[in-house]
Every structure is written in C-alpha cells, then in structure tokens.
Design a protein. Structure first.
Length: 314
C-alpha cells in the first residue's frame, strides 16, 4: 500500500495541520482555522482507522472491489486512482466502532471545512477550538500517541482548552496568551540569535497621547461620569515585553483602581474588560520594580475617534 496511506503519514499530516490551525486561530484567521482543523481531524481519524484495519479506509460509494483488494494488500493500483473515505464518513465509522462520541460541534467544524455549513465560517469557527482539542484528545488516546508529542509547543494551550475546571474567561485568556507568545517568537525564527532579547530590552509601550486621533481601543468605553483614567506600563503576560494597561479611577476619583484593558505592541495581545485583565495574571504597575509610566487623560465622556487601523505584518 502507498506510504502516504500509512499510519505514520496520516499522523504526521494531522500534526502539521493541527499546529497550523492553532497559529491561524491566534492570528484571528478563523476561516483558515476551520480548514486546517478539519484536515487535522480527518487525517487523525484515518490514522485510527488504519491502525484497526486498512480496509476501513475504503470508500464504499462506487462499489468497486479493486479498492477493497488494494487496501487488503492483494492488488496493485495506480496511486492516482486510489480514494479513501471522506472526513464525514470516517468520523461516522469511528462512532459506530464506539471510539468517538457524537458531537454536533464537531459535525459543524467538518461542515465549515467542507464549505457546506449555512453560516459565516469565521464567526462560527472562532469558538470551535475546544472541539478541536477534545476530539484530538480522544483520537490520540485511541492510537496511543501522547498529547505533547502531537501538539508540541501548543500542548499547554490545548490542555487549557479542554480543562473544564477553568472558567470560560480564564480559559480563553490563557489560550490567547499562549498564541500571542508563539506568534511573537515566530517573528524571530530566521533572525540572528539574540535579536529577540534586544527587542525586549529596548521595548517601550505604545502610550497614546491625548489627541483626537487617539487609538479607539483606549477611548471607546470611558468610565461613565469619570473625568480621567491612567495608562501605565506593565510586563506583558505573553512576551514579557512592556504592555500598556488602562487603569480606571477609584470611587474617590483620586487614584487609579482596577485595570480594564491591556495591549502589547510587540505581540499584539489585546485584552478587554476587568475580568480578562485579571485572568491574565498581570501585576499592578504600582507593585513592580519598574516605576509606572503614567499619562493622565482628562475629558467628560467618549471622544469621537476613528477605528484603529488593522495591524499588518512587515
């Protein structure tokens, strides 16, 4: 049988596609995420089938006995004529075998990958990262491959995605932190050793100035009735460079209180809301060894500003 139909080939193809899906999700490319996540699950499903019996890869639709004989090892065929079972049928076979449970979210992911779902791919795919993580966990157990061997550097993020003991906000934030960290590291892959360290040492946060063109992400939710808020530098929980946080005034409106936004120019980690910033574990700028860099913004309510331009990679 063709080596491309071996267990090792299916597993390696699933591994590459799954890790690519994590990168896509981290960049917000949810259409691509659906594509690569679907490919990963299909190939991993076929890896399970081929370990049970190569005949389980046969596509039965055309009733051609040649493929049955080929997968049974008793007939040679031109590899261009060989067809294997599709993703949907592969999953159905695993369910009938009792290996994989029914899951409407998994079915949706495969439909999004195949372009048959009647919905916007990106909007629906964004929430399906736990589905990818949970499905691969079941299939990896079936073939005896460990989580860390398959996921590599993405292992922690994927483990978090299936951790039911974490609340939804913390789970989402921890995944986004891991994604931002890995995408930041990828920017330095082909650069001289030590470049990343130099960038982190020299980094300065983007602290906006009070002006009509101020980045909307910092001004579109001014505290009701508040007259100012502070922006300060903190250590980014993803890349360890300097990030900017917004601190809301306390009830006395004299000193900053809680942090409700965080943005890092280096890795593009962006957190909104007090719960997200708290879940990131970032420390108060007033408790670090580095004196806080502050700018006081004054005003009486939201200032009309343009939406921030999308970040483009150089």
């Amino acid at each position: 049988m063709d080596d491309s139909l071996s267990f090792e080939s299916f597993l390696e193809g699933a591994k590459k596609a799954a890790q690519k899906a994590m990168e896509d999700h981290g960049r917000g490319e949810y259409d691509e995420f659906a594509l690569h996540a679907g490919v990963a699950i299909e190939r991993l499903a076929k890896a399970v089938l081929v370990t049970r019996n190569p005949l389980y890869l046969v596509e039965m639709r055309n009733g051609n006995a040649d493929l049955l004989l080929y997968f049974g090892g008793d007939l040679e065929l031109d590899t261009t004529k060989v067809r294997t079972v599709g993703a949907k049928e592969a999953l159905q076979r695993l369910r009938r075998m009792g290996i994989l449970p029914s899951d409407s979210q998994l079915d949706l992911l495969i439909e999004l990958r195949n372009g048959t779902a009647h919905t916007t791919v990106g909007d629906a795919a964004k929430t399906l990262l736990p589905t990818l993580a949970e499905t691969t966990a079941v299939l990896l157990t079936a073939v005896g491959t460990t989580f860390r061997v398959f996921w590599g550097r993405w292992s922690r993020a994927v483990i978090v995605a299936v951790d039911k003991q974490l609340d939804e906000i913390r789970r989402d934030v921890e995944i986004r932190i891991d994604q931002a960290r890995h995408l930041f590291e990828d920017r330095f892959k082909d650069l001289p050793e030590g470049t990343m360290a130099q960038v982190l040492t020299a980094s300065e946060p983007h602290v906006p100035r009070f002006a009509p063109g101020l980045d909307a992400r910092w001004l579109n939710e001014l505290p009701t009735g508040g007259h100012y808020f502070h922006l300060a530098a903190v250590d980014c929980p993803a890349c360890r460079g300097l990030a900017t946080v917004r601190l809301l005034p306390s009830e006395e409106k004299t000193v900053p209180s809680s942090m409700d936004m965080l943005y890092c120019d280096l890795c593009n980690l962006y957190l909104t809301g007090r719960d997200e910033v708290k879940a990131s574990g970032v420390g108060s700028p007033f408790q670090s060894n580095r004196p806080p860099r502050l700018i006081t913004i004054t005003g009486v309510g939201p200032i009309p500003v343009l939406a921030p331009e999308p970040t483009t990679e150089s």
